[in-house]
Each structure stands twice: as structure tokens, then as C-alpha cells.
Design a protein around this ligand. Structure first.
Ligand code: TEU
Length: 628
């Protein structure tokens, strides 16, 4: 950190000293659905521990475990009632210790999910807070009196719509005030304005787990701790509803950077904990940089959602009314969120799945035939593995798990958000809205990524071995799509991920740390880009050595070409792209999803492509050419 953070390290070609987490591959485990060891149909920590070797072999460096704390599970553990104990069906605190030990012994790390924008209503802090207006913890949550209109009818303090539909306010009979909750009524927001509350959060959540040896946190809803304090109505943008979208009231609020700096200084930095924050509703690079600039000493990384949210409807209420988009949109958003850190001391992340979105192949690939499923799953792997920043994978992505079949009914959807949006659409009386919402949920719902992991072709996909039914239905395709089968098949999606992750590591100066330049911007089928390593700067002279003159190492370049369509397409001008900065180096195929011979060009021999026109790309084929 600090002033030397922009000096290039001659040995590694990286910004030095490079923090370990920049080159690491993270893998998100959704514990209820990963592996069940005790046959109750609910995944658990011993199940996860039994698969640490699987993750290690895949090439994972860090395991992120979604919330495992004591919770009434109204929002799958994102409603914590006790931060220091583990929800019994997951296991115990000692199981977490064992997970950390097992990972550390393989040089892997573990981060937990930190949910401190809100607690559960069952948390002891909230129970005290709601017990009386004079309770010392009253001010640890956000309480406001009712409003009354001219007819004397009672209304909530503001007209804000919550993320899960309905008002953000719930009336408390006993103390005759409303409390704020951006999510479910069971998830009251903590009041970060209160310094005692902040200190309790640092002590009882962060330091507690860091003392036990966890390596850091994925931080839920990190930009919502500072709310605007005037608590005024949002403008009416959804005239059909009494509740209005109001993210400007609570996202990136007036004290947010102060709060995050304090949290990092007091609770995270003393432990050198890695942090990755969830940054929703922040679609401009200029807003994101302050959170992840190294000099700011706030967060190491954030998740910015412009790419993963593609296809979601406009505004809050219309989230599940699917909006089609062209490939060029996906390309330009990728470009924005790849290049926004160039020339700064900030850092990016790359990800295309998590527990809050539909599966990548079902959204960005093509699952219409087994062949296209395989090809597009590998193209997505190559896309992700060649992006700059820290890579995050989500469980099942590596075996090409897909959305639930559209023949399944709404009763298979368990998520509170899906259910509430469906109920809201049903209550609207509009058949069009109801059908649109169902179609949108079939693509975008959070449920798709929460289905049990498909380990094998055993009953329940090997997710559970007991008699109990898994808590969510297992996908019908598990006999053909499962980890056991793919680990035996060198041409599977899983085998390709392993290879791609290995190449990403070996060529980190280009793939992890390189710059990104979009090619063929207007092409609606090909997604092509140039990745380029940094110029190596001599530490003594500080002179740039770009272009390879004077015996100094040239910039390394890779051209990634992905055919994101089911049609055969001509390749881009790879050699031209390599030469445009004056390198003129020969071009070599580094990796291709269809095998390395087919895409090399020329006939046999070394895979040199200079002056040779490259073969067209088959449906969903992906290749990477390099100039070194
Ligand atoms: O999500 C925060 C959030 O606001 C969204 O990004 C989320 O995807 C939601 O669906 C918005 O409508 C985090 C968690 O990732 C999510 O699972 C939780 O439900 C939420 O916080 C509340 O803790």
C-alpha cells in the first residue's frame, strides 16, 4: 500500500508488492446445497470439508462460505441471530476451525460471509432494541414514528420499497414505532450511526472469527451502512405502487467511506484480513474507485453488478420482467469493468455467477443441446479465466450446472425474493405481468444457483446419501451433468476449467494483471479482446521498455476470441491485433476449447499463425492466441 504501490516489480511484472489475493481464484460455496454428510437433506460443514480436495484439484485458492451462522433462515442465513454460533444443521464452531485447518494445510484460505447491514429479528441486540424506547440498544436499529395523513390514517415514515417487495418499514405494536428493513421484515437494519453499535459489530463478528483464524470476509451489502438521515419520500417512479424505489436513500450514503475506513482500520487491517464487498447500485467507475483504491485503505475488492445483472428488468418492482440485450452490451460492460482500474491503484474482480442470480450457461451460453451446452460452458470458462482482476467462481459453474427446467412449477422456487415477486405479480390482477414474472424467474431467479450440487449419478446426485429429500429439488439432468463423470472425461467442462485456471496462473501477468482492449466492438457473435502485460520498468532507471527494443522484455499479448453464437464465424485478425503496438511477434495458439490442433491454422508443425488465415470458429468455440 501507499506510495510504492504503483511501482512495477521487475521480477514478476506485477505491481509490487503484490498482495496474495490478486492472483488467487476464489470459489463460493453455498453450504446448504454443496454436500450433505449426515443425510438430513441439508448441506453441512463436514460435507464441505470432505470435498476440500476436490476444490484443491480444481485450482481453488480461497473458499468463500455463504452464511453458516445461527439463523431462522428467512433469507438463507442472511438473517443472522447469533454471529458466534453455527446453525446446527451446518455443524459447529469446531467444524469451522477444522475447515480452516484443512484448507490451510493445502495452502488454501477461507473467508466467511459477513452480514452486518442487518441482523435477524431474533438477534439478542434487536430483542433488546425493540423491548423499550429507553433500552440502551434502542438506537442500534433505525426506529421512526408513524406519519398520519389528513384523514388521520397511519403511514410508514417514508414511501420506500424494500428489495423483497412491500415497504421498508414494519410497525412495532409494543413501542409504537416503525423499524427500517431494506430486505425482509425479519432483517432489521443496524444503525451504523451509533458508535457503540459499530464497535459491537467489529468485536463480535469480525474480530471473533479472525481470532479463530479465518482469512477474511465477503462483506454483504457493504455500501448500505450509511443511510441518508433526512428520511424523506423517494420520488414516485412506479405510480402503480404505494412503495417507491429509493436506493439513493441508502446506497453510498454520506458517511459510507468513513464507516468502511473505520471498519478496515479497527477490525480488518490488524489481522491482514482480505475483504471483498458487495457493491450494488453503483454503476459508475468513478463511484467504485474510492472503495477499492489501495491508497484509500477501504476494501481490497468489490463486486460490481452491471454484467451479472444483464437482462434484469428496470427499476426495483420490474426486476423479474426480463429485458433482452445484445451481445455488444455484454461486451461493452465487460470492457468498462475490466479497464476501469487501468492507471489507478484500484483492483477489479471477475465473476459471472453467485447465489443471487441464474446460471451463466442458461443466461449467457446455450443449453439447448448437449453439444452447445458443453461448448458454451467451456467458452464461458475461457472468458472468465482470461479476465483481469481476482476471479470468483460459484459452486457448480465448473461443471456447467444450468437453471431449473421451465417445466418445473413455481412451488420449486424457495427463495423469499422469488416468492414475493410472484405473489406481487399474482395480486396485481394482470395476467401479462404474472406471465412475464414467471418467464423472468425462469431465467433470473436466485433459486437456480441454489439447487443441490451434482456430484455423481447416485440418487439425489450424490448430494445426500441419507433417506431425506434434499431441501431443494435436484436437477433432472444430474445423470449426465455431474462432477464424477466430468472428472473422468478430459473433454468435459470441469477438465477445461482445471486447464484454464492453470493457464491463468501461469500467465498471470497477462490474464490477471494485463490491460483489456475490446476488438470487433460491433460484432454480435464474436467476443474478442486483447490482453496485454504491463511494460516492465527497471527499478533503477524507471524507463519503460515497451515494444521489446534494446533487449528488454516486450509486452506479452494474448488475443482471446470467443464465438458466442451457434453459427460458424470467421476469426478476427489476430496477427494484426498483435502487431498494432509494433511488436510484430509470431502468433501461437495457447489454448482452444476444441483442442489445440483444430484452431492453429497452417498444417501441422508449430502453431504459428503469422501470415496464415486462421480457421473460422465453430459454434461457441473459444481460443487464446499469444505473441510469446
Ligand atoms: O444481496 C444484496 C442485494 O441487494 C442484491 O444484490 C441481491 O441480489 C438481491 O436479490 C436484491 O434484490 C445480499 C445477499 O447476497 C442476498 O442473498 C441477501 O438476500 C441480501 O444481501 C440480504 O442480506
Amino acid at each position: 500500500m501507499g506510495s510504492n504501490s504503483l511501482e512495477w516489480d521487475v521480477e514478476s511484472g506485477h505491481v509490487g508488492p503484490t498482495p496474495w489475493w490478486k492472483d488467487a481464484t476464489f470459489y463460493q460455496v453455498y453450504p446448504a446445497s454443496f454436500k450433505d454428510s449426515n443425510g438430513d437433506g441439508w448441506g453441512d460443514l463436514p460435507g464441505l470439508i470432505s470435498e476440500v480436495d476436490y476444490l484443491h484439484e480444481l485450482g481453488v485458492d480461497v473458499v468463500w462460505v455463504s452464511p453458516i451462522f445461527e439463523s431462522p433462515q428467512k433469507d438463507m442465513g442472511y438473517d443472522v441471530s447469533d454471529y458466534q454460533s453455527i446453525y446446527a444443521p451446518y455443524g459447529t464452531v469446531e467444524d469451522v476451525d477444522l475447515l480452516v485447518k484443512e484448507c490451510h494445510s493445502r495452502r488454501m484460505k477461507v473467508i466467511l460471509d459477513l452480514v452486518v447491514n442487518h441482523t435477524s429479528i431474533e438477534h439478542a441486540w434487536f430483542k433488546e432494541s425493540r423491548s423499550s424506547k429507553r433500552n440502551p440498544k434502542r438506537d442500534w436499529y433505525i426506529w421512526k414514528p408513524a406519519r398520519y395523513d389528513e384523514q388521520g390514517i397511519q403511514h410508514p415514515p417514508t414511501n420506500w420499497r424494500g428489495y423483497f417487495a412491500g415497504s421498508t418499514w414494519t410497525w412495532d405494536e409494543r413501542t409504537q414505532e416503525y423499524y427500517l428493513h431494506l430486505y425482509a421484515a425479519d432483517q432489521p437494519d443496524l444503525n451504523w450511526e451509533n458508535a457503540d453499535c459499530r464497535e459491537a459489530i467489529y468485536e463480535e463478528t469480525m474480530r471473533f472469527w479472525l481470532e479463530r483464524g479465518v482469512d477474511g470476509f465477503r462483506i454483504d451489502t457493504v455500501n448500505k451502512y450509511s443511510k441518508r438521515q433526512d428520511f424523506v419520500d423517494a420520488p414516485i417512479t412506479d405510480p402503480e405502487s404505494p412503495h417507491q424505489p429509493a436506493p439513493e436513500m441508502w446506497c453510498n450514503g454520506p458517511r459510507i467511506h468513513e464507516f468502511i475506513k473505520e471498519m478496515t482500520r479497527k477490525a480488518l487491517a490488524p489481522y491482514k484480513a482480505v475483504s471483498v464487498g458487495e457493491l450494488s447500485n453503483t454503476p459508475h467507475p468513478s463511484q467504485v474507485i474510492p472503495y477499492v483504491s489501495a491508497a484509500a485503505q477501504e476494501l481490497d475488492m468489490v463486486f460490481e453488478f452491471s454484467v451479472i445483472r444483464l437482462g434484469t428488468g428496470n427499476g426495483f418492482g420490474a426486476k423479474y420482467l426480463y429485458q433482452p440485450y445484445p451481445l455488444t452490451k455484454l461486451k461493452s460492460l465487460t470492457e468498462t469493468w475490466q479497464s476501469f482500474i487501468e492507471g489507478t491503484d484500484a483492483w477489479a474482480t471477475a465473476f459471472i455467477e453467485n447465489h443471487d442470480n441464474g446460471r451463466a450457461i442458461s443466461r449467457f451460453g446455450d443449453a439447448s443441446t448437449p453439444e452447445l451446452w458443453l461448448r458454451s460452458g467451456q467458452a464461458i470458462a475461457l472468458w472468465q479465466a482470461t479476465l483481469s482482476g481476482t476471479l470468483f467462481l460459484y459452486q457448480g459453474q465448473e461443471i456447467g450446472m444450468v437453471n431449473m427446467p421451465s417445466s418445473w412449477g413455481m412451488d420449486e422456487y424457495r427463495d423469499i425474493e422469488s416468492r414475493n415477486f410472484y405473489a406481487e405479480a399474482a395480486a396485481s390482477g394482470s395476467q401479462e405481468r404474472l406471465e412475464g414474472t414467471v418467464r423472468g424467474l425462469q431465467i433470473l431467479a436466485r433459486d437456480h444457483s441454489r439447487m443441490p450440487f451434482q456430484w455423481s449419478d447416485a440418487p439425489h446426485a450424490g448430494f445426500t446419501t441419507g433417506g431425506a429429500r434434499p431441501w431443494m429439488r435436484v436437477h433432472d439432468n444430474y445423470r449426465s451433468v455431474n462432477a464424477a463423470r466430468q472428472s473422468r472425461d478430459p473433454h468435459s467442462i470441469l477438465s477445461f476449467y482445471k486447464r484454464a485456471l492453470k493457464l491463468r496462473r501461469e500467465h498471470g501477468d497477462v490474464f490477471v494483471h494485463g490491460s483489456f482492449r475490446l476488438m470487433a466492438r460491433d460484432d454480435e457473435a464474436l467476443f474478442a479482446y486483447v490482453k496485454e502485460s504491463a511494460a516492465v520498468v527497471s527499478s533503477s532507471s524507471g524507463a519503460a521498455a515497451a515494444g521489446g527494443g534494446g533487449g528488454k522484455p516486450p509486452r506479452k499479448k494474448a488475443v482471446v476470441v470467443l464465438n458466442m453464437s451457434a453459427e460458424t464465424r470467421p476469426c478476427v485478425d489476430v496477427a494484426g491485433a498483435m502487431q498494432c503496438a509494433g511488436d510484430g511477434a509470431d502468433v501461437r495458439l495457447l489454448v482452444g476449447t476444441l483442442g489445440d490442433e483444430a484452431s492453429a491454422g497452417g498444417s501441422g508443425g508449430p502453431t504459428t499463425a503469422k501470415g496464415v488465415s486462421l480457421p473460422p470458429l465453430a459454434a461457441w468455440e473459444g481460443r487464446v492466441y499469444v505473441n510469446y
